[in-house]
Write a protein that binds this ligand. Structure first.
Ligand code: ZN
Ligand code: ZN
Length: 343
């Protein structure tokens, strides 16, 4: 079977891997779509190949496909099921694992990551534990399922945590794949979205995705522009999906007194001044990291039932053979969602 490998230093290749069979409680998934995610860049750009215990690992942590074989002792799944794969493994016994939050498992040596320490979705097939397979509704395309497998459902979980409603203005900082999904889910939940970015192309995509207003932050005055749009008050809620120090500060400064702000973009550092930024404004500052298996199923159902147009921001569809080229383009900052698709 074919699969991608990250060789290090921004070089991806497609190589032959041995065929695979599902073990006990595992299923074999034929990939139909596999998303590229900004969090792949650490491994892609790193100076060593993506290996675990000396063996190459296929990347790809946004897998979506069809079950084509069952290992022994699989219950509740059958051949032909369309599934989104939740890309984490844990001890399967602690309170986090049992509630579908395997990524929060505290048993360090049981934590695994499909597309990292385990093989992921950038191959013709993958094996996955049955507990990681979430149903993909019939109305939702495989490539949208791949988007939901990490980026889009991360946005869904964060917007839900902010408890936005039709009463709220939600400022979304960063209109990459996560931010665009937050724009669409926030709109579908009734909020008015102010989409913030420095790229005209991304702001255009945000406007087409239901944003009420767009703010070009390239002059560093996003908080002023947001106050102007909100009678001088600031946004009721804000979501930071860029992961930069300046956008983290701007998101907090753009949120009104008694407002809620959620950090989603990862890595790096930030300095807040507790008194003016948080205490004297009664700000609720929260973090949100991905979602549970149940949260993934909920995001997929919500997408189907509310016709959330996630597919409209998929700008790059590659075959697996074209994946190295797609990574090069995605890594250069191209806008929109990138997926690898199979027939
Ligand atoms: Zn991801
Ligand atoms: Zn656990």
């Amino acid at each position: 079977m074919r699969g991608v490998v990250f060789q290090g230093n921004s070089l991806a290749e497609v190589i032959d891997y041995p065929d695979i069979d599902p073990g006990s409680e595992q299923v074999l998934i034929k990939l139909r779509s596999s998303g590229l995610c900004g969090s792949d860049f650490g491994r892609y750009r790193g100076d060593v190949p993506n290996e675990h215990n000396g063996e190459l690992r296929r990347p790809g942590h946004e897998p979506c496909g069809e079950i084509v074989a069952l290992g022994p002792n699989v219950t509740g799944l059958k051949v032909g099921d369309r599934v989104i794969q939740h890309h984490y493994e844990g001890c399967r016994e602690c309170e986090y694992c049992l509630t579908g939050w395997q990524q929060l498992c505290q048993v360090a040596d049981k934590k695994e990551y499909y597309g990292g320490s385990m093989h992921g979705g950038h191959g013709d097939y993958m094996v996955a534990h049955q507990s990681t397979c979430v149903p993909l509704p019939d109305e939702v395309a495989y490539e949208v399922g791949a988007y939901l497998a990490c980026g889009a459902s991360t946005a869904f979980q964060a917007v839900k945590k902010l408890e936005v409603s039709g009463l709220d203005v939600l400022a979304v900082f960063g209109q990459g794949p996560v931010g665009l999904a937050a724009t669409m889910f926030g709109s579908a939940m009734g909020a008015r979205i102010i989409a913030v970015d420095i790229s005209p192309e991304r702001l255009k995509m945000a406007a087409d995705s239901g944003a009420w207003a767009t703010v070009d932050a390239s002059n560093g005055d996003a908080p002023d522009q947001i106050r102007e749009l909100t009678h001088g008050n600031g946004a009721d809620t804000s979501l930071e999906a860029a992961g930069l120090a300046e956008t983290r500060v701007a998101a907090v400064e753009s949120t009104k007194i008694f407002g809620r702000a959620c950090l989603v973009g990862e890595g790096g550092e930030v300095t807040y001044q507790p008194t003016p930024h948080i205490i004297h404004r009664h700000l609720t500052l929260m973090g949100s990291w991905t979602f549970s298996t149940f949260g993934l199923a909920e995001a997929a159902r919500f997408t189907a039932e509310r016709n959330v147009p996630l597919g409209s921001v998929i700008t790059s569809r590659s075959t697996i053979e074209q994946a190295p080229e797609a990574y090069k383009k995605f890594s250069s900052g191209a806008a929109g969602k990138f997926v690898i698709n199979w027939d």
